[in-house]
Design a protein around this ligand. Structure first.
Ligand SMILES: [Mg+2]
Length: 363
């Protein structure tokens, strides 16, 4: 059976939720990021389309955003509110297919291969329901696989609806930058550009499989050979379970002192533990610490425990100990802590969270 996949992507999600909650912000340049103070360090999580007109985009330092648009309204990130909207979105999508894969709070793949109606009409219906019930807009890409659906969703934003079938993939993808393909990040892009002069998906198609494998290694080379032809057989994975929990902080001033890093990692670990174990009832097995140095070089170190655990002290101290595995010879700009490898606590849900919480008293 041919596959039909939707990629549903909310438009400027965090900013749109803020503009919905506070009508006075509608039509205004709104920037959501950090704790909402653009004079402090932190990065843009989402910019409203009005703010994007000033060249503000995600991951840009807040201070740069402030320079580009001093009259923009800066707001702190309110994850609880966005998670609430996200839950409503995912439930709405589940009405159309049991195969819904949430890839972030505001993006999901939906496998609608089994449905009888016209896929584009169905995508239009879903957009209308999102607008009616969530009062937000989404862009939807329709495609014969996940790759094409995602590329399609990005072709027209906001409030877009685009379609790419595999038969049209060659023409539709030809002039797009090669980085629209997944598995082709900035590093690979630079390498392909340097070694083979590749800029677009069309350029990549001109390269033989052997040549790609020589340049990038056998697996990655073969993968890109397939994917630049619009071929992607990765399944839509229904995963209602979160993959990880994480928190990170950008220091106001770069940090050299190790005990400052230890304190911050411990505090972040406690926060992640509270959300992951106490509130949501998951037991993590892998702890990862991320460090970004003053020059934006970012390193991570991870430890996988013998088994998943809700033990707060064990998890937090594992994070602190990971610090020993970094070479701390430069000032640090950011630290982050992530818990992954999640397993549902026995009994699951909030109750299990409470059990896990009491399992580590006073730790
Ligand atoms: Mg989005």
């Amino acid at each position: 059976m041919p596959r039909i996949i939707l990629h549903v992507d909310m438009d400027a999600f965090f900013a749109a939720v803020e503009q919905l909650r506070r009508p006075e912000l509608r039509g205004q340049p709104v920037v959501v990021g950090g704790d909402g103070n653009p004079r402090k360090r932190g990065v843009v999580s989402t910019a409203s389309y009005e703010a994007r007109a000033y060249g503000i985009h995600s991951a840009m330092p807040l201070r740069t955003a402030l320079k580009r648009c001093p009259e923009a309204i800066f707001l702190p990130v309110d994850f609880a509110a966005y998670r609430d909207f996200s839950g409503r979105l995912m439930r709405l999508l589940q009405a159309y297919s049991p195969l819904v894969e949430a890839i972030s709070l505001d993006e999901a793949f939906v496998d609608i291969s089994h449905r009888e109606e016209d896929p584009v009409a169905l995508a239009r219906t879903i957009k209308e329901r999102i607008r009616g019930e969530l009062e937000l807009t989404a862009s939807i890409g329709v495609g014969s696989n996940k790759l094409l659906a995602k590329i399609a969703a990005n072709m027209q934003k906001p409030d877009g609806l685009s379609v790419i079938w595999e038969a049209d993939a060659e023409e539709r993808l030809r002039d797009l930058p090669a980085t629209v393909l997944w598995g082709l990040g900035p590093k690979t892009d630079a390498r392909l550009n340097e070694a083979l002069g590749i800029k677009t998906v069309g350029d990549l198609r001109q390269v033989s499989l052997e040549r790609l494998q020589e340049t990038l290694g056998p697996n990655h080379g073969e993968y890109l050979y397939e994917i630049c032809r619009g071929r992607d057989d990765s399944p839509v994975v229904t995963e209602w379970e979160p993959k990880s929990y994480s928190r990170e902080t950008t220091f106001q001033v770069d940090v050299r002192r190790r005990d400052t890093l230890v304190r911050k990692i411990r505090a972040l670990g406690e926060e992640v533990w509270a959300e992951c174990v106490e509130e949501d009832g998951y037991l993590p097995r892998t702890v990862t610490v991320k460090i970004r140095f003053y020059n934006f070089r970012t390193h991570t170190r991870a430890q996988t425990l013998l088994e998943a655990t809700g033990d707060r002290a064990l998890l937090v101290e594992a994070a602190v100990r990971l610090l020993d595995r970094f070479t701390l010879d430069r000032p640090v700009r950011l630290v982050g802590v992530r818990f992954s490898g999640l397993r549902r606590a026995a009994g699951a849900g909030a109750e299990a969270g409470a059990t896990a919480a009491t399992a580590a008293p006073g730790s």
